[in-house]
Ligand binder design. Structure first.
Ligand code: GDP
Ligand code: MN
Length: 377
Protein backbone atom coordinates (compact mmCIF):
# COMPACT_ATOMS: atom_id res chain seq x y z
CA UNK A 1 0.00 0.00 0.00
CA UNK A 2 1.48 3.31 -1.14
CA UNK A 3 1.50 6.05 1.49
CA UNK A 4 1.25 9.80 1.21
CA UNK A 5 4.39 11.80 2.00
CA UNK A 6 3.01 12.91 5.38
CA UNK A 7 2.27 9.33 6.39
CA UNK A 8 5.76 8.17 5.47
CA UNK A 9 7.17 11.05 7.46
CA UNK A 10 5.14 10.14 10.53
CA UNK A 11 6.88 6.73 10.35
CA UNK A 12 10.24 8.56 10.16
CA UNK A 13 9.35 9.91 13.59
CA UNK A 14 9.19 6.37 15.03
CA UNK A 15 12.70 5.54 13.82
CA UNK A 16 14.46 8.75 14.76
CA UNK A 17 14.96 9.76 11.12
CA UNK A 18 15.64 13.50 10.88
CA UNK A 19 13.00 15.34 8.83
CA UNK A 20 11.59 18.89 8.85
CA UNK A 21 9.02 20.01 11.43
CA UNK A 22 5.62 20.03 9.77
CA UNK A 23 1.88 20.53 10.00
CA UNK A 24 -0.85 18.83 7.96
CA UNK A 25 -3.74 20.96 6.69
CA UNK A 26 -6.95 19.84 4.95
CA UNK A 27 -8.45 23.31 4.42
CA UNK A 28 -7.61 26.98 4.82
CA UNK A 29 -9.28 27.16 8.28
CA UNK A 30 -6.56 24.80 9.52
CA UNK A 31 -4.05 27.55 8.69
CA UNK A 32 -5.45 29.67 11.51
CA UNK A 33 -4.42 27.05 14.07
CA UNK A 34 -1.28 27.63 16.08
CA UNK A 35 1.07 25.30 14.23
CA UNK A 36 4.25 26.71 15.65
CA UNK A 37 6.54 26.64 12.60
CA UNK A 38 9.19 29.17 11.70
CA UNK A 39 8.97 30.92 8.32
CA UNK A 40 9.88 30.39 5.56
CA UNK A 41 7.81 27.25 5.09
CA UNK A 42 7.31 24.90 2.15
CA UNK A 43 3.73 24.09 1.12
CA UNK A 44 3.56 20.61 -0.36
CA UNK A 45 0.61 19.01 -2.17
CA UNK A 46 -0.12 15.55 -0.79
CA UNK A 47 -0.72 13.41 -3.85
CA UNK A 48 0.59 9.98 -4.71
CA UNK A 49 2.40 11.05 -7.83
CA UNK A 50 5.92 12.35 -8.49
CA UNK A 51 7.01 15.64 -10.04
CA UNK A 52 4.80 17.75 -7.81
CA UNK A 53 7.28 20.62 -7.88
CA UNK A 54 7.12 21.03 -11.65
CA UNK A 55 3.31 20.83 -11.55
CA UNK A 56 3.13 23.77 -9.13
CA UNK A 57 2.37 21.59 -6.12
CA UNK A 58 5.36 22.75 -4.03
CA UNK A 59 5.76 26.43 -3.05
CA UNK A 60 7.97 28.34 -0.65
CA UNK A 61 6.11 30.83 1.58
CA UNK A 62 7.93 33.51 3.60
CA UNK A 63 4.94 35.01 5.39
CA UNK A 64 1.52 33.94 6.66
CA UNK A 65 -0.09 35.88 3.77
CA UNK A 66 1.94 33.90 1.25
CA UNK A 67 1.11 30.69 3.06
CA UNK A 68 -2.60 31.53 2.75
CA UNK A 69 -2.24 32.39 -0.91
CA UNK A 70 -0.26 29.28 -1.91
CA UNK A 71 -2.39 26.96 0.22
CA UNK A 72 -5.50 28.25 -1.53
CA UNK A 73 -3.86 27.66 -4.88
CA UNK A 74 -2.64 24.17 -4.10
CA UNK A 75 -5.64 22.77 -2.20
CA UNK A 76 -8.07 21.36 -4.76
CA UNK A 77 -5.47 21.50 -7.53
CA UNK A 78 -5.36 18.65 -10.03
CA UNK A 79 -1.93 17.07 -10.38
CA UNK A 80 -1.79 14.44 -13.12
CA UNK A 81 -5.36 13.38 -12.37
CA UNK A 82 -4.90 13.42 -8.59
CA UNK A 83 -6.92 15.99 -6.64
CA UNK A 84 -5.08 17.66 -3.78
CA UNK A 85 -7.10 17.16 -0.57
CA UNK A 86 -4.30 17.80 1.93
CA UNK A 87 -1.17 19.91 2.13
CA UNK A 88 1.90 19.44 4.26
CA UNK A 89 3.42 22.64 5.58
CA UNK A 90 7.05 22.23 6.54
CA UNK A 91 9.77 24.45 7.90
CA UNK A 92 11.91 25.18 4.85
CA UNK A 93 15.41 23.79 4.80
CA UNK A 94 18.45 25.46 3.38
CA UNK A 95 19.63 22.78 1.00
CA UNK A 96 23.34 22.38 0.25
CA UNK A 97 23.28 19.03 -1.51
CA UNK A 98 20.56 16.65 -2.63
CA UNK A 99 21.08 12.87 -2.67
CA UNK A 100 18.92 9.89 -3.49
CA UNK A 101 18.42 6.85 -1.27
CA UNK A 102 16.05 3.92 -1.51
CA UNK A 103 15.51 0.46 -0.11
CA UNK A 104 13.37 -1.96 -2.02
CA UNK A 105 13.04 -5.65 -2.86
CA UNK A 106 14.84 -7.20 -5.78
CA UNK A 107 12.63 -10.22 -6.27
CA UNK A 108 14.76 -11.82 -8.97
CA UNK A 109 17.81 -11.76 -6.65
CA UNK A 110 15.71 -12.64 -3.58
CA UNK A 111 17.47 -9.81 -1.75
CA UNK A 112 16.90 -6.29 -0.53
CA UNK A 113 18.31 -3.59 -2.76
CA UNK A 114 19.80 -0.31 -1.58
CA UNK A 115 20.26 2.44 -4.15
CA UNK A 116 22.28 5.53 -3.41
CA UNK A 117 23.23 8.47 -5.60
CA UNK A 118 24.73 11.94 -5.34
CA UNK A 119 22.26 12.99 -8.05
CA UNK A 120 19.19 13.42 -5.92
CA UNK A 121 16.32 15.84 -6.22
CA UNK A 122 15.74 14.86 -9.81
CA UNK A 123 14.15 12.03 -11.72
CA UNK A 124 16.12 8.97 -10.62
CA UNK A 125 14.89 6.89 -13.58
CA UNK A 126 16.65 9.38 -15.88
CA UNK A 127 19.88 9.08 -13.86
CA UNK A 128 19.70 5.28 -14.04
CA UNK A 129 19.24 5.44 -17.81
CA UNK A 130 21.65 8.21 -18.76
CA UNK A 131 24.38 7.90 -16.11
CA UNK A 132 24.06 4.44 -14.57
CA UNK A 133 27.49 4.86 -12.94
CA UNK A 134 26.04 7.62 -10.77
CA UNK A 135 23.75 5.12 -9.06
CA UNK A 136 25.31 2.79 -6.49
CA UNK A 137 23.38 -0.45 -6.05
CA UNK A 138 23.96 -2.78 -3.13
CA UNK A 139 22.17 -6.08 -2.58
CA UNK A 140 21.54 -7.09 1.02
CA UNK A 141 20.88 -10.64 2.10
CA UNK A 142 17.69 -10.47 4.21
CA UNK A 143 19.13 -13.07 6.58
CA UNK A 144 22.09 -10.81 7.37
CA UNK A 145 22.45 -7.31 8.75
CA UNK A 146 23.46 -4.27 6.78
CA UNK A 147 26.86 -3.40 8.23
CA UNK A 148 28.29 0.08 8.69
CA UNK A 149 31.20 -0.93 6.45
CA UNK A 150 28.89 -1.71 3.53
CA UNK A 151 27.10 1.63 3.93
CA UNK A 152 30.38 3.56 4.22
CA UNK A 153 31.62 1.94 1.02
CA UNK A 154 28.39 2.94 -0.76
CA UNK A 155 28.69 6.52 0.55
CA UNK A 156 32.25 6.63 -0.71
CA UNK A 157 31.46 5.07 -4.10
CA UNK A 158 28.63 7.54 -4.61
CA UNK A 159 30.96 10.52 -4.01
CA UNK A 160 28.84 11.93 -1.21
CA UNK A 161 30.25 14.66 1.00
CA UNK A 162 32.54 12.82 3.43
CA UNK A 163 32.22 15.60 6.02
CA UNK A 164 28.76 14.15 6.70
CA UNK A 165 29.78 10.49 6.60
CA UNK A 166 28.72 9.70 10.18
CA UNK A 167 25.41 11.51 9.93
CA UNK A 168 24.67 9.84 6.60
CA UNK A 169 25.57 6.47 8.08
CA UNK A 170 23.18 7.01 10.97
CA UNK A 171 20.23 8.11 8.87
CA UNK A 172 20.76 5.32 6.32
CA UNK A 173 20.83 2.71 9.13
CA UNK A 174 17.61 4.19 10.56
CA UNK A 175 15.92 4.15 7.16
CA UNK A 176 16.95 0.51 6.75
CA UNK A 177 15.41 -0.28 10.15
CA UNK A 178 12.18 1.38 9.03
CA UNK A 179 12.30 -0.70 5.83
CA UNK A 180 12.83 -4.05 7.61
CA UNK A 181 11.10 -3.65 11.00
CA UNK A 182 8.38 -1.51 9.49
CA UNK A 183 7.63 -4.19 6.85
CA UNK A 184 7.93 -1.84 3.89
CA UNK A 185 8.18 -2.84 0.24
CA UNK A 186 9.75 0.50 -0.51
CA UNK A 187 11.39 3.36 1.36
CA UNK A 188 12.56 6.07 -1.03
CA UNK A 189 14.02 9.40 0.03
CA UNK A 190 14.55 11.91 -2.76
CA UNK A 191 16.07 14.20 -1.73
CA UNK A 192 18.07 12.99 1.19
CA UNK A 193 19.58 16.42 1.77
CA UNK A 194 22.53 18.04 3.41
CA UNK A 195 20.97 21.14 4.95
CA UNK A 196 22.17 23.89 7.25
CA UNK A 197 20.62 21.77 10.03
CA UNK A 198 22.44 18.59 9.06
CA UNK A 199 21.34 15.57 7.04
CA UNK A 200 17.57 15.31 6.61
CA UNK A 201 15.03 13.22 4.76
CA UNK A 202 13.11 15.93 2.88
CA UNK A 203 10.73 13.70 1.00
CA UNK A 204 9.21 10.28 1.60
CA UNK A 205 7.83 7.59 -0.62
CA UNK A 206 6.93 4.59 1.48
CA UNK A 207 4.98 1.52 0.51
CA UNK A 208 3.82 -0.97 3.15
CA UNK A 209 3.64 -4.73 2.80
CA UNK A 210 0.01 -5.30 3.82
CA UNK A 211 0.68 -9.02 4.35
CA UNK A 212 2.39 -7.91 7.55
CA UNK A 213 -0.68 -6.06 8.81
CA UNK A 214 -1.25 -8.59 11.60
CA UNK A 215 1.89 -7.42 13.39
CA UNK A 216 1.43 -3.68 12.87
CA UNK A 217 -1.47 -2.01 14.66
CA UNK A 218 -0.57 1.28 12.98
CA UNK A 219 -1.27 -0.09 9.46
CA UNK A 220 -5.01 0.08 10.12
CA UNK A 221 -4.95 3.79 10.99
CA UNK A 222 -2.78 4.58 7.99
CA UNK A 223 -5.07 2.62 5.67
CA UNK A 224 -8.12 4.57 6.85
CA UNK A 225 -6.52 7.82 5.67
CA UNK A 226 -5.99 6.60 2.11
CA UNK A 227 -9.00 7.31 -0.10
CA UNK A 228 -10.27 4.27 -1.98
CA UNK A 229 -11.16 4.90 -5.67
CA UNK A 230 -15.00 4.77 -6.11
CA UNK A 231 -14.67 1.79 -8.46
CA UNK A 232 -12.72 -0.21 -5.86
CA UNK A 233 -15.26 0.61 -3.19
CA UNK A 234 -18.14 -0.48 -5.40
CA UNK A 235 -16.30 -3.72 -6.30
CA UNK A 236 -15.64 -4.55 -2.66
CA UNK A 237 -19.34 -4.14 -1.82
CA UNK A 238 -20.19 -6.52 -4.65
CA UNK A 239 -17.58 -9.05 -3.55
CA UNK A 240 -15.53 -8.74 -6.75
CA UNK A 241 -11.79 -9.22 -6.99
CA UNK A 242 -10.89 -5.80 -8.41
CA UNK A 243 -7.85 -3.53 -8.46
CA UNK A 244 -7.86 -0.07 -10.01
CA UNK A 245 -5.04 0.66 -12.45
CA UNK A 246 -4.07 3.78 -14.41
CA UNK A 247 -5.04 2.96 -17.99
CA UNK A 248 -8.20 3.19 -20.10
CA UNK A 249 -9.12 -0.36 -21.17
CA UNK A 250 -11.57 -1.89 -18.70
CA UNK A 251 -10.81 -5.58 -18.18
CA UNK A 252 -13.13 -8.39 -17.15
CA UNK A 253 -11.87 -11.96 -17.13
CA UNK A 254 -12.28 -15.23 -15.33
CA UNK A 255 -9.31 -16.49 -13.34
CA UNK A 256 -6.42 -14.42 -12.04
CA UNK A 257 -3.91 -15.92 -14.49
CA UNK A 258 -6.08 -15.15 -17.50
CA UNK A 259 -6.71 -11.60 -16.29
CA UNK A 260 -2.96 -11.06 -15.80
CA UNK A 261 -2.25 -12.20 -19.36
CA UNK A 262 -5.09 -9.98 -20.58
CA UNK A 263 -3.30 -6.98 -19.04
CA UNK A 264 -0.13 -8.09 -20.85
CA UNK A 265 -1.77 -8.51 -24.23
CA UNK A 266 -3.41 -5.08 -23.92
CA UNK A 267 0.02 -3.62 -23.14
CA UNK A 268 1.52 -5.49 -26.10
CA UNK A 269 -0.92 -3.65 -28.39
CA UNK A 270 0.14 -0.31 -26.94
CA UNK A 271 -2.77 0.14 -24.53
CA UNK A 272 -3.01 0.07 -20.79
CA UNK A 273 -5.54 -1.53 -18.53
CA UNK A 274 -7.88 0.52 -16.34
CA UNK A 275 -8.19 -2.29 -13.84
CA UNK A 276 -7.75 -5.91 -12.87
CA UNK A 277 -11.11 -7.67 -12.47
CA UNK A 278 -11.44 -11.40 -11.96
CA UNK A 279 -15.05 -12.63 -11.97
CA UNK A 280 -13.84 -16.11 -11.00
CA UNK A 281 -14.95 -19.54 -12.09
CA UNK A 282 -18.67 -20.19 -12.53
CA UNK A 283 -19.40 -16.53 -13.30
CA UNK A 284 -23.13 -15.88 -13.67
CA UNK A 285 -25.32 -13.10 -15.03
CA UNK A 286 -25.36 -11.17 -11.75
CA UNK A 287 -21.56 -11.24 -11.58
CA UNK A 288 -21.12 -9.94 -15.13
CA UNK A 289 -23.70 -7.28 -14.47
CA UNK A 290 -21.96 -6.27 -11.23
CA UNK A 291 -18.59 -6.15 -13.02
CA UNK A 292 -19.98 -3.81 -15.71
CA UNK A 293 -21.54 -1.61 -13.02
CA UNK A 294 -18.15 -1.28 -11.34
CA UNK A 295 -16.47 -0.21 -14.58
CA UNK A 296 -19.19 2.43 -15.04
CA UNK A 297 -17.97 4.17 -11.90
CA UNK A 298 -14.49 4.60 -13.42
CA UNK A 299 -14.34 7.70 -15.62
CA UNK A 300 -11.05 6.72 -17.25
CA UNK A 301 -12.52 3.67 -19.00
CA UNK A 302 -12.94 4.17 -22.77
CA UNK A 303 -13.41 0.57 -23.91
CA UNK A 304 -14.00 -2.79 -22.23
CA UNK A 305 -12.42 -6.13 -22.99
CA UNK A 306 -14.22 -9.21 -21.68
CA UNK A 307 -11.93 -12.22 -21.87
CA UNK A 308 -13.46 -15.55 -20.89
CA UNK A 309 -11.91 -18.95 -21.08
CA UNK A 310 -14.49 -21.52 -20.07
CA UNK A 311 -13.27 -24.32 -17.86
CA UNK A 312 -15.61 -24.65 -14.93
CA UNK A 313 -17.13 -21.42 -16.20
CA UNK A 314 -19.68 -22.06 -18.92
CA UNK A 315 -19.41 -19.56 -21.76
CA UNK A 316 -23.16 -19.76 -22.47
CA UNK A 317 -23.90 -18.60 -18.93
CA UNK A 318 -21.44 -15.72 -19.24
CA UNK A 319 -22.96 -14.78 -22.62
CA UNK A 320 -26.41 -14.89 -21.03
CA UNK A 321 -25.05 -12.64 -18.28
CA UNK A 322 -23.64 -10.16 -20.79
CA UNK A 323 -26.94 -10.03 -22.69
CA UNK A 324 -28.98 -9.54 -19.51
CA UNK A 325 -26.59 -6.92 -18.18
CA UNK A 326 -26.54 -4.88 -21.38
CA UNK A 327 -30.01 -5.34 -22.88
CA UNK A 328 -31.69 -2.02 -23.64
CA UNK A 329 -28.86 -0.20 -21.95
CA UNK A 330 -27.12 2.81 -23.46
CA UNK A 331 -23.56 1.55 -23.08
CA UNK A 332 -20.93 4.16 -22.29
CA UNK A 333 -18.19 2.37 -24.19
CA UNK A 334 -17.68 -0.39 -26.76
CA UNK A 335 -17.30 -3.89 -25.32
CA UNK A 336 -15.03 -6.36 -27.07
CA UNK A 337 -15.61 -10.01 -26.20
CA UNK A 338 -13.53 -13.10 -26.59
CA UNK A 339 -15.19 -16.35 -25.50
CA UNK A 340 -13.43 -19.69 -25.69
CA UNK A 341 -13.58 -23.07 -23.97
CA UNK A 342 -16.57 -24.84 -22.43
CA UNK A 343 -19.79 -24.10 -24.35
CA UNK A 344 -18.17 -21.30 -26.36
CA UNK A 345 -20.24 -22.14 -29.44
CA UNK A 346 -23.48 -21.86 -27.47
CA UNK A 347 -22.24 -18.65 -25.87
CA UNK A 348 -21.40 -17.04 -29.20
CA UNK A 349 -24.81 -18.05 -30.54
CA UNK A 350 -26.50 -16.29 -27.65
CA UNK A 351 -24.48 -13.13 -28.26
CA UNK A 352 -25.21 -13.17 -32.01
CA UNK A 353 -28.91 -13.70 -31.39
CA UNK A 354 -28.94 -10.59 -29.19
CA UNK A 355 -26.88 -8.05 -31.12
CA UNK A 356 -25.93 -4.72 -29.60
CA UNK A 357 -24.24 -2.03 -31.69
CA UNK A 358 -21.62 -1.45 -28.99
CA UNK A 359 -20.72 -5.12 -28.52
CA UNK A 360 -18.06 -6.73 -30.72
CA UNK A 361 -17.20 -10.40 -30.82
CA UNK A 362 -13.72 -11.51 -31.83
CA UNK A 363 -12.17 -14.87 -32.59
CA UNK A 364 -8.95 -14.52 -30.65
CA UNK A 365 -7.51 -12.79 -27.60
CA UNK A 366 -5.08 -10.81 -29.80
CA UNK A 367 -7.85 -9.51 -32.05
CA UNK A 368 -9.86 -8.49 -29.04
CA UNK A 369 -6.91 -6.67 -27.47
CA UNK A 370 -6.14 -4.84 -30.70
CA UNK A 371 -9.75 -3.77 -31.11
CA UNK A 372 -10.09 -2.65 -27.49
CA UNK A 373 -6.87 -0.61 -27.70
CA UNK A 374 -7.05 0.88 -31.20
CA UNK A 375 -10.77 1.51 -31.20
CA UNK A 376 -13.64 0.48 -33.36
CA UNK A 377 -14.10 2.39 -36.59
P1 GDP B 1 8.68 15.75 -5.57
O1 GDP B 1 9.13 16.63 -6.68
O2 GDP B 1 7.21 15.43 -5.69
O3 GDP B 1 9.51 14.53 -5.41
O4 GDP B 1 8.81 16.59 -4.19
P2 GDP B 1 10.05 16.81 -3.18
O5 GDP B 1 9.55 16.81 -1.81
O6 GDP B 1 11.17 15.86 -3.47
O7 GDP B 1 10.54 18.28 -3.52
C1 GDP B 1 11.02 18.62 -4.79
C2 GDP B 1 12.12 19.64 -4.67
O8 GDP B 1 11.67 20.79 -4.01
C3 GDP B 1 13.32 19.16 -3.86
O9 GDP B 1 14.22 18.36 -4.60
C4 GDP B 1 13.92 20.48 -3.44
O10 GDP B 1 14.76 20.97 -4.46
C5 GDP B 1 12.72 21.38 -3.28
N1 GDP B 1 12.39 21.47 -1.85
C6 GDP B 1 11.62 20.65 -1.12
N2 GDP B 1 11.61 21.02 0.17
C7 GDP B 1 12.42 22.10 0.26
C8 GDP B 1 12.85 22.93 1.31
O11 GDP B 1 12.51 22.77 2.49
N3 GDP B 1 13.68 23.96 1.00
C9 GDP B 1 14.09 24.20 -0.27
N4 GDP B 1 14.92 25.17 -0.52
N5 GDP B 1 13.72 23.41 -1.29
C10 GDP B 1 12.89 22.39 -1.04
MN1 MN C 1 11.02 13.88 -4.16
Amino acid sequence: MDLFEYQGKSLYGNYDIAHPKSFLACNTEDLEKDFNLDYPVVVKAQVQVGGRGKAGGIKLASTHEELDLFSNEILGMDIKGHKVEKILIEEASEIKEEYYLSFTLDRSEKKYLMMLSAKGGMDIEAVAEENPDDLTMVHINPAETLTDEVIKKAIHNSNLNMMYENELLKIIQSLFRLFVEGDCDLVEVNPLAITSNGVMALDSKVSLDMNAKYRHEEFDEIEKDIPIPPSEKSAKEKGLNFIKLDGSVGIIGNGAGLVMSTLDVVAAYGGSAANFLDIGGGAKAETVSAALDVLETDKSVTSVFINIFGGITRCDLVAQGIVEATKGKDLKWPIVIRLDGTNAIEGLEILRANPNEKIFITETMNQAAELAVKGIN
